[in-house]
Design a protein around this ligand. Structure first.
Ligand SMILES: CC(C)(COP(=O)(O)OP(=O)(O)OC[C@H]1O[C@@H](n2cnc3c(N)ncnc32)[C@H](O)[C@@H]1OP(=O)(O)O)[C@@H](O)C(=O)NCCC(=O)NCCS
Length: 380
């Protein structure tokens, strides 16, 4: 057996490359391309932030209007993709539906590689296409498999936030909900070398196409240690009927050494800066709908006991769960919403990787056996 020195697992604390897209982590705050997340969350629509990530500057009014037009045009679902969505099982996990749809779109509208220029000339157009189409994928599949209805993608809503809510509920959403959704999408849009973004960069670095990068990223996002945590947090909150019950329930889980989903973070030590913003929205929506189940109070009780017992703080996923729930969004769609948003960050990283590409291929430390005597098949 080769000798092994103990290493920190999961590449924690390892600087895996340079990026000009985002700073995050204790001591850095959270910035997208140099702009404080609090300014962006308070003053912007999601589309402004997506533009910033993809095109490296905040848009002026005309640029934003024309970007939004492109996104609206990109909502349309090709006939073949509709057929695939109809064939996918009703009980498929929506993240599997999203991952499959992305891959299918890559077959229908493949990305071209210019071998002479060694570049992908259509990456901006495909980026807009992906951002625009993902909400349509989810809501088309949802309605077909819940009511047999094939919805169309026409809508007066000019934003991804408004369009998704309208398309899901099939009625005009409240302004308050649209604003909450914009903020949530902005907070989720980008977070440096997280697991899904890093996956997208590894795939991109082989000079693969954008659909492969995004499909892989969706796969990485699906797990409960990453994006799937918002779904898991909702299941957790729903287990309890009162704050007292929640406090005791969490104490029991901690005693069993269970992981509490929606708490803790690899790069933050004391708090997730996004939490304060989404928590305010959870409260606002709880008040707005007259939350009779007291889910907000239950969430706060969980937050308190986690801090008292473990000094663990809620991450963005925790209060996103109740925020989405208050807008009538089914729990299984929480992580797909993360896709609608993080696609902007993934695409920015794909483009950045391409602009200065180097194959990502680290080494491993061998810990297996050495010098084994080979035995031919007929003697084993
Ligand atoms: C995000 C996360 C994966 C970061 O993990 P990490 O940096 O690898 O840290 P670890 O999982 O090794 O946790 C370190 C310690 O804190 C504890 N811990 C971390 N998060 C915890 C949580 N959510 N609930 C209970 N204990 C937790 C671990 O059990 C471990 O304790 P130990 O040292 O006594 O074994 C982790 O905090 C987690 O699993 N959180 C829940 C899932 C989640 O919300 N993910 C979304 C992240 S945005």
């Amino acid at each position: 057996m080769a000798t092994s020195t103990k290493k920190v697992g999961g590449l924690a604390g390892v600087n895996a490359g340079e990026s000009a897209i985002c700073t995050c982590g204790t001591g850095h705050g959270l910035n997208y391309r140099g702009y404080d997340i609090y300014d962006l969350a308070e003053h912007c629509e999601f589309e402004e932030v997506a533009y910033l990530l993809l095109r490296e500057k905040l848009p002026n009014k005309d640029e934003l209007a024309s970007f939004k037009k492109e996104l609206i045009a990109a909502r349309n679902l090709p006939k073949e993709l509709r057929e695939v969505l109809k064939l996918l099982p009703k009980n498929a996990h929506p993240m599997d539906v999203m991952r499959s749809a992305c891959s299918v779109l890559g077959c229908l509208e493949p990305e071209e590689y210019d071998v002479f220029k060694a570049s992908f000339p259509n990456q901006q157009r495909i980026s807009t296409r992906l951002l625009g189409i993902f909400p349509s994928v989810l809501t088309f599949w949802h309605h077909y498999h819940t009511s047999g209805k094939e919805i169309n993608t026409e809508s007066k809503q000019d934003s991804i936030a408004g369009y998704f809510l309208e398309s899901l509920h099939q009625k005009e959403p409240k302004e308050l909900w649209i604003k909450a959704m914009h903020t949530s999408l902005i907070l989720y849009a980008e977070h440096e070398f997280n697991a899904s973004t890093f996956t997208a960069r590894v795939i991109t670095a082989t000079i693969s196409d954008v659909y492969s990068g995004i499909t892989g990223a969706i796969g990485a996002l699906r797990g409960p240690l990453h994006g799937g945590a918002n779904e898991a947090a909702m299941e957790l909150i729903s287990e309890f009927s009162t704050p007292e019950q929640a406090t005791q329930g969490i104490l029991d889980k901690l005693a069993r050494k269970d992981k509490i989903m929606g708490f803790g973070h690899r790069v933050y030590v004391e708090k997730d800066p996004r939490n304060v913003v989404i928590k305010q929205w959870s409260k606002k929506l709880s008040d707005d709908i007259g939350d009779t189940k007291g889910l907000y109070q239950i969430s706060e009780a969980i937050e308190k006991v986690m801090w008292d017992q473990k000094k663990l703080f809620p991450n963005l996923d925790f209060y996103s769960a109740s925020t989405y729930h208050f807008m009538g969004i089914p729990t299984l769609y929480f992580t797909p919403i993360f896709i609608f948003s993080r696609t902007a960050g993934w695409l920015a990283h794909i483009m950045e990787q391409r602009a200065n590409n180097k194959l990502i291929r680290p080494s491993s430390e061998y810990t297996g056996p050495d010098n084994k005597v080979f035995v031919p098949l007929n003697k084993r």
